[in-house]
Design a protein around this ligand. Structure first.
Ligand SMILES: NC(=O)c1ccc[n+]([C@@H]2O[C@H](COP(=O)([O-])OP(=O)(O)OC[C@H]3O[C@@H](n4cnc5c(N)ncnc54)[C@H](O)[C@@H]3O)[C@@H](O)[C@H]2O)c1
Length: 375
């Protein structure tokens, strides 16, 4: 099914004067970036009109603008099936970021809407951030800083600190970020384990990683870093049961998505000492509530969902998102399509070149289908 994109002439009768100069309309839902200059330049060069959701009174007004948009760009707004069904002319929803769990995948696919995202813009930043959180926990940098900044000094440190060499690091998710983390860890004399149902063992072995199942990873790892996407099966992937399997004194780092970890169970494990320290960039509810015990916990290192950010990654994110919007708006295919099944529906599958992210999703779709057939 090919979605209609009415000609300029047919739309002139019903749209505003500025819109008559453009070939497609892009609505950027509320985003809180300081400016959309990069996006506007790329989209207007391609003949598009950009409507800035932050310039509208509220999210409802932006969503109502989106009702007749050719392309919708989203940062944090949760695009439910109900909302998606109202996007009458939308060809593509483009997500600012790598993950797209705030967009209803099945509803967009059923509506013939491409979900595009930006799978590589911040891989180095997130892997570096996860590594930085891990090192901050292992060497207790925040605790040491607080002592010295508070005027203290001791020849015999009173805080707990640990070693990297000889330790086992478990990576959950060995995609772009998990494997970048594995590469960063090579040379640190650690043993690397990973859980990833869609990565072949040979590929893991090439980067020095041994694939295991989750209970084994929990039992054998001294330090664990989480890098899976948020999917129904990864919600609370790390719950009380997995925490109970972990070595006493384990260090846990989460830069993936908050709901991958059962936060109440993690807080409990920090309190009873099973988890020695945690480095957290993402939380079950964001922003993290002001009274969350995590904010005050002496053995937790926090950041505010900032792992993705650097000046370089932000510029790359904005450029790649705007290019995807321009490609979709002018009838092309964005480079990074998260729901390639939609291309069958649109009769355009042959035009598409899969990227890594699409490959593991295809393997997951096959295994879900196989599991469905065996029950
Ligand atoms: N904190 C941040 O700022 C930030 C920024 C970017 C991405 N992220 C998060 O990091 C996640 C990973 O990013 P990426 O670029 O590596 O994605 P990716 O798509 O390249 O890799 C995801 C990997 O997870 C694996 N996977 C799927 N199901 C799994 C399961 N049940 N158990 C273990 N592994 C599973 C896949 O096979 C794949 O190898 C994103 O989905 C996003 O949620 C966070």
């Amino acid at each position: 099914m090919k979605r209609e994109n009415p000609s300029l002439e047919s739309r002139c009768n019903t749209v505003t004067l500025s819109y008559t100069m453009t070939r497609f309309k892009v609505v950027v839902l509320p985003h809180r970036y300081p400016s959309l200059d990069i996006e506007r330049e790329i989209i207007s060069k391609a003949g598009g009109l950009l409507v800035d959701g932050d310039a509208l009174p509220n999210e409802a007004a932006a969503l109502s603008e989106a009702a007749d948009a050719d392309v919708i760009v989203v940062r944090w707004t949760i695009l439910t099936a109900q909302l998606i069904r109202k996007f009458a002319r939308c060809r593509a929803i483009v997500r600012y970021g790598i993950g797209y769990d705030n967009v209803d995948y099945d509803a967009a696919t059923a509506a013939g809407i491409i979900i595009a995202h930006s799978p590589t813009y911040g891989v180095d930043e997130v892997a570096t951030h996860a590594f930085a959180l891990l090192l901050a926990c292992v060497r207790n940098i925040v605790g040491a800083h607080q002592i010295v900044a508070g005027g203290g000094w001791s020849d015999n440190p009173s805080i707990r600190q640990w070693r990297m060499a000889g330790r086992t690091v478990g990576l959950v998710g060995l995609g772009n970020i998990g494997s970048a983390m594995a590469r960063k860890l090579s040379g640190w004399k650690t043993r690397l384990l990973a859980v990833d149902p869609y990565v072949p063992p040979e590929l893991a072995a090439q980067i020095g990683v041994q694939l295991v199942d989750l209970p084994t990873l929990c039992r054998e790892s001294d330090y664990i870093s989480l890098h899976p996407p948020l999917l129904p099966e990864t919600h609370h992937l790390i719950s009380g049961r997995e925490l109970a399997l972990m070595k006493p004194g384990v260090i846990l780092v989460n830069t993936a998505r908050g709901p991958v970890v059962d936060e109440a169970a993690l807080i409990e494990s920090l309190s009873n000492g099973r988890v020695a320290a945690a480095g957290l960039d993402v939380f079950e509810r964001e922003p993290l509530s002001e009274d969350s015990p995590l904010r005050r916990h002496p053995r937790v290192v926090l950041s505010d969902h900032a792992a993705w950010y650097s000046e370089d990654s932000l510029a790359e994110l904005k450029r790649t998102v705007a290019e995807a919007a321009a490609q979709a708006g002018t009838g092309g295919l964005p480079v990074a399509i998260a729901n390639p099944e939609v291309l069958h529906k649109l009769g355009r599958f042959e035009e598409w070149t899969p990227n890594y992210n699409a490959q593991w999703r295809a393997r997951r779709a096959d295994s879900l289908k196989a599991a469905h057939h065996t029950v």
